[in-house]
Design a protein around this ligand. Structure first.
Ligand SMILES: C[S@@+](CC[C@H](N)C(=O)[O-])C[C@H]1O[C@@H](n2cnc3c(N)ncnc32)[C@H](O)[C@@H]1O
Ligand SMILES: [Zn+2]
Length: 312
């Protein structure tokens, strides 16, 4: 896969090498060894390390090229607008806070589909009981932004180019897995959930967040899908469908709905920019209103998004 944002070559250090001990061959789960490239000691497949990021996508992965291209394409908008504009950053950090309320980070933490690294950066800033942060994403463009963002923030999470349907980790590796807005991009979300289950330690917790399809969200989502932000794999689950996927893999914990008025007005300036109307001045109030809607019986299920925690 060609690099969209080529980065200067990053020398590997011994700390990179020790972080990479957690990595496995995505095809056979054998250990992968090496410092300038990785070779599977079981099936002898070799995997490149590009600009410091191991590319652990095996031959068995069935990736949708157009989804990967779409994500490479939107990564600049994510990084340059969605996670830079102060109002939308504030909005997204409020939803990130809710993910942490569902599962505080601890031990080994995986951000599955980490995008431009905004959530990893947020988690790093907030808590300290973490042994190691790991982020995977299939998009080179997303990972290049994540690498820059996290270096600038002084962190050293392990970033890996990988397929969420074939995670390059041994079973029972992680204490907490977050999948924020990722599952609905997969051609086979059930497989993505089974992979989360596999890499979680017994007693480990996963938090997934995805769009929630309701009668109200259907039309605007249909119109948004016609933009170049979305590939055909992009799905909208009803909350009950997402709960089914989660329950087939793990023991469901709490389900929370989020995103009512503030979500479309503040969250996606790369798609719909309401800032011109002076909406940002109302951000605090709109976000408080959204938190209230999120607990009102009847109304809460109309949220644009849903998040749930689950335990292995
Ligand atoms: C809506 S974005 C969310 C990104 C990030 N989690 C966030 O909250 O900003 C979806 C992410 O899933 C990634 N993705 C899509 N298909 C994937 C796959 N098969 N394996 C890993 N990541 C994938 C995309 O590259 C993209 O970064
Ligand atoms: Zn192998």
């Amino acid at each position: 896969m060609p690099a969209k944002n080529p980065m200067p070559e990053v020398a590997t250090s011994s700390s990179d090498d020790s972080a990479r001990q957690v990595l496995r061959c995505p095809d056979c789960l054998g250990p992968v060894l090496g410092s300038t490239a990785l070779e599977c000691s079981s099936c002898a497949t070799s995997y490149a390390i590009e600009a410091g990021i191991p590319v652990l996508i095996g031959r068995a992965s069935q990736l949708n090229t157009s989804e990967v291209e779409t994500q490479d394409h939107v990564s600049d908008q994510y990084n340059g607008v969605r996670y830079k504009r102060s109002t939308s950053v504030k909005y997204h950090e409020d939803t990130m806070e809710q993910l942490l309320e569902l599962a505080p980070p601890r031990g080994m933490v995986l951000d599955d589909g980490c995008g431009t690294g905004a959530f990893l950066e947020f988690v790093r800033r907030r808590r300290t009981q973490v042994e190691r942060y790991v982020g995977i994403d299939v998009s080179r463009g997303m990972l290049s932004h994540a690498q820059r963002r996290l270096k600038a923030a002084g962190g050293d999470p392990l970033l890996v180019q990988a397929d969420a349907c074939r995670l390059p980790f041994a079973e029972n590796t992680f204490d907490v897995v977050y999948a924020r807005g990722m599952l609905h991009h997969l051609p086979d979300p059930a497989r993505g959930m089974q992979e989360i289950r596999r890499v979680l330690k017994p007693g480990g917790v996963a938090v997934v967040l995805d769009p929630n399809e309701t009668l109200l969200s259907r039309l605007p989502r249909y119109l948004a899908r016609r933009t170049d932000h979305f590939d055909d794999d992009h799905k909208s689950f009803r909350a009950s469908e997402l709960e089914r996927l989660v329950k087939d893999a793990l023991t469901l914990g709490e389900t929370r709905f989020y995103g009512y008025v503030a979500y479309p007005l503040l969250g996606f300036p790369d798609l719909i920019d309401f800032d011109r109307l002076g909406i940002s001045r109302l951000a605090g109030g709109l976000m408080r209103l959204d938190r209230i809607f999120g607990v009102l019986p009847g109304i809460r299920r109309l949220g644009w998004g849903v998040m749930m925690s689950a335990r292995k």
